[in-house]
Design a protein around this ligand. Structure first.
Ligand SMILES: *Cc1c(COP(=O)(O)O)cnc(C)c1O
Length: 422
């Protein structure tokens, strides 16, 4: 471990993003900051989040309803503040992004517009063992349209003995079902294995087959550099409380490609906040959508969840996705090296089921603990190393470039080694 400690010191000293760590609240265990590797589940609180919320509380106290127009950030147009910085993170044009509701709700609302089964073309292609909420959303949507999930949902499974998927297998599956597919809907980064799919390639294959292609970016937004507009993705949605550090249950983001900006033929479940801004308060019948993603909004902006998100987006805008990705590549490779060294020294098998190729993953590593089970995970937690546990035997650890250090990774390695030797 000594050479890893030395390397970590060197890397931390050289790290141009090291100063961002101080801008986050790191939970303490026994009075000492923990090594927090669960930013893939709930990102840490930016130090600026509290003031952002207090500002809105103060403006509410001061202005009451007039805060809609007279708050420092007027609530009437609050959501607009998030559009450009979020668009930069997901590779979109400003008008292609808006924030509303929670992620699962948005998957449903987007499917109202983009899952339009017709004739033979009614099936949905997704990854096997998708995040449960996505499975429930897809199943309930196909049932809502009168189909049976066993028939209408096509799942792509890993090859025998493997954990992750091959893009060529996904393409082959798309090709095999090309006349039946209405929608391809996959998690951009798989929540369980940490695999980042070649989204451009799969989007192309899906669209060439005549399907609509949507992505769940819960584990991708703020983690990996995506280019939704250029890749010609039809739609996407993500939560903002994982890598985007905006707090539990915070507002979700959606992307709708520019080509649908003025498409009023698409069915949609409408609400007043999607209605033309100049006429919103005329309260007249007849829905006239704002062009672009904003036209999909239903309710007025949830300012108390958008405020910490805005604070967080400002940090992303300053640090920049390119620099974050650079550090992420180095930090994750360093964690891989550490895990491999520890497993070797402890003489145990600790299989990394996340792809080894950096371009096929974000910052999460999923470790399949063959010998030891949950006791190893408990040992990590008890010693101030936050990871998470997923049945049947997987420990997920995400070294997040904004606030994790190389020293955190070494600490993870040390505690892991202790646990394995126990
Ligand atoms: C985290 C996550 C969710 C959570 O959905 P909410 O509606 O925000 O509770 C859904 N899908 C995926 C793939 C996730 O990773």
């Amino acid at each position: 471990m000594q050479y890893l400690r030395d390397l970590a010191r060197k890397y931390d000293n050289e790290d141009p993003l090291a100063r961002y760590r101080e801008q986050f609240h790191i939970p303490k265990v026994d009075g000492k900051p923990c090594a927090y590797f669960t930013g893939n589940s709930l990102g840490l609180q930016p130090a600026t989040a509290k003031d952002a919320i207090i500002q809105e509380l103060d403006d509410w106290a001061k202005h009451g309803v007039e805060g809609h127009f007279h708050a420092r950030n007027p609530w009437y147009s609050y959501h607009e503040l998030l559009m450009a910085p979020a668009a930069a993170i997901v590779g979109a044009k400003e008008k292609e992004v808006v924030h509303m509701n929670g992620l699962t709700a948005n998957i449903h609302f987007l499917m109202v517009s983009f899952y339009r089964p017709e004739g033979e073309r009614y099936k949905i292609l997704c990854e096997a063992k998708a995040f449960p909420s996505d499975q429930y959303a897809l199943e309930s949507q196909v049932k809502f349209h009168g189909y049976r999930p066993e028939d209408a949902i096509i799942e792509i499974e890993p090859r025998e003995g493997e954990h992750t998927l091959h893009e060529e297998d996904i393409e082959a599956k798309i090709e095999a079902h090309k006349d039946e597919l209405a929608l391809v809907f996959i998690g951009g980064v798989n929540y369980y294995t940490g695999q980042w799919f070649d989204m451009e390639r799969i989007t192309r294959a899906g669209r060439e087959a005549g399907a609509v292609v949507g992505w769940d970016l819960a584990h991708a937004a703020g983690n990996v550099p995506v280019k939704l507009h250029d890749w010609d993705v039809d739609f996407a949605a993500w939560c903002t409380y994982k890598y985007l550090n905006s707090g539990p249950g915070s507002v979700s983001g959606i992307f709708i490609h520019e080509k649908y900006a003025n498409d009023t033929d698409l069915p949609r479940f409408a609400g007043w906040w999607g209605h033309d801004k100049d006429e919103r308060f005329l309260m007249e019948p007849g829905f006239k959508p704002v062009p672009g993603a904003e036209g999909w909004q239903l309710s007025n902006a949830p300012v108390f969840s958008m405020a910490p998100h805005l604070a967080s987006l400002r940090i992303f805008a300053e640090a920049g996705m390119d620099a974050l990705r650079q550090k992420s590549l180095k930090l994750t490779a360093f964690m891989q090296e550490t895990v491999e060294a520890v497993a070797k020294s402890a003489g145990t098998k600790l299989e990394i089921i996340t792809p080894k190729e950096p371009e096929r993953r974000g910052c999460q590593l999923s470790l399949f603990a063959h010998g030891q089970g949950k006791s190893l995970f408990n040992h990590l937690m008890e010693n101030g190393v936050y990871t998470d546990w997923r049945e049947p035997n997987v420990i997920r650890a995400a070294p997040v470039p904004l606030y994790n250090s190389f020293a955190d990774v070494v600490r993870f390695g040390e505690v892991l080694e202790e646990g394995l030797k126990k």
